[in-house]
Ligand binder design. Sequence first.
Ligand code: PLP
Length: 468
Amino acid sequence: MPDISKDLVLFNELVEVLLKDEKEHPVADRIESDELYDTIDLSLNESGMVDDDFKAVLKDVIESTPKTATNLFFNQLFGGRQSKAVLGDLLAVMLNNSMYTYKVAGPQVGIEQEIIRKSCDMIGYGARSNGTFPTGGSMSNYMALIMGRDAKDVNFRTAGMSKPMTVYTSKESHYSNAKNASFAGIGRNNIRYIKADSYGRMLPGLLEDQIKKDIEEGYVPTYVNATAGTTVLGAFDPIDEIADITEKYGLWLHVDGAYCGSVIFSEKYKHLVKGVERSDSFSYNAHKMLGTPLTCSIILVKDKRHLHESFSNDADYLYQTDGDDFNLGKTSFQCGRRNDALKFWTLWKSIGTSGLEQIVDQQFELANVALAYIRSNPDYTLYSFDDSISICFNYKNIDPTTLCTALYEHQVTVVGFGAFEEDTFVRLVTINANNEQVDILNFFKVMEEFVENNPSLVGMGETFQEQL
Ligand SMILES: *Cc1c(COP(=O)(O)O)cnc(C)c1O
C-alpha cells in the first residue's frame, strides 16, 4: 500500500511552492488555451511516472493554474483563503465521510446540523426550521423551486404538472433560475422576469401586476426567487415588500443569498436582508463572502416538512439505524454527499460569530475604499452603489471588455466585466477579506499603469464610444 505520510510530505512541499509562487507571481503564468496540451504534460499513459517526474508535472500545473487567493484576483464572487476553513476541508478529505447517515458520518452530522440550527436562529426562522448543504447556490435555488412547486400542488410529484405554473424573479437574478424552471418541469417560458429599479432591485409593484395578470390568464403563480446580492450589481431585493405579495397570493418565497446572504452575520449590514424571516427558504454560500473553500452552500427552510416531502425517499439498504434527524440523506438531493460542513464549522468555531462578522464587514470597508477612490477621480465613471461589494466602473472610456481581457492576457490582474441595462463596465469584487486598503489601491495603480503603457487602449475606447 502506498505510504500516505510520504504523499503528505509531498503535499506540504507543493503547498510551499504554491505560497511562494503566489507572492512572486500573484497572477499565474497564463497558457493560451490552444497551447495547453503542448505546454504541460497532461497525458494519461499506460505506465505510471517516477516520483521526480510526477512532482515536476504537479509543480507545472500549480504554477500555471489561476491563483484565486491572491491580492490581484478580483474576477469572481470568491477569493482569498480563510486558513481555518482550509484546515477543516483538508480534514474532511482525510476523513472522507458521506453525509447521508449517522452510521457513516457520526459527529459530522451534528456539525452540519449545528451550522444549520444556528443560521436558522440568526434569521429568525423558529423551531420547525431546518436545512441542508446542496452542491452550490444554483442547486439551492433548484431545491427551493422544487419545494415551492410541491407545496403549491401536492400531486405534482406523482402526476406532473396539471395546470401551467408561473415563477417570478428579477431581471438581475442568477441565471440558474432559467435552467431550474426547465429542470423542474415548469418550463423556461413560464418564468416572469420582473424589471428592476435603477439600483438593480426588483420592483414589487410590477411583481404584483404580473401575478394578477397571470391569475387572470389561468396560470398558477407559484414561486418567487428574490436576490440578496445580485450577481452583477450586488443589489438587494426588498424582501418585506415582496413578502407582502407572496403572503397575499400564496406563493413560495425563496431568498437567494448565494452572493451576499452572509450579511446575516453583520450587525451593520444585516438590515439589507430585512424581512428574511418571512421567506419560506433562504440560501447563502459560505464559499463566497465567508471565504471557505469551494463549495459550501447552505439552504435553510422555515418548515422542514417541505424538505422531507420533496426530497425523501425510503431506502432500506441505506437508512438502517438512527432517526430521520440524524440521517441527513432523507433531506438532500444527492445520495453520497461530500462533507462541506466541516470547513465552515472549523472556521466558525475558531473565530466565532464575531470573527465571521469581521470578515463580512471588511469586504464592505474595502468596497468603500474603492468607491471613494473612484468618486474622487474624474477619469472614472461609477455604475454601482453604496452597500455593495461589487464596484462597477469604467476608466477613461476604455471598452471594459477589451481592458479586462488585456489585463488578464498580460497577467496584470484578473478582473471581470458585467452589464446592467445599457451599460457595460469593469466589475471589481472586494470579496477577499484577506485584502487590505493598500491592495485595493494597488489594483487601481497597476491598472492605470497598464493603461499608461498601452495608450492604444484609450484610442480603442473612443472607437468603442463611437460605436455606441
Ligand atoms: C453565485 C451565485 C449563485 C450560484 O451559486 P453557485 O454556488 O455558483 O452555484 C446563485 N445566485 C447568486 C445570486 C449568485 O451570486
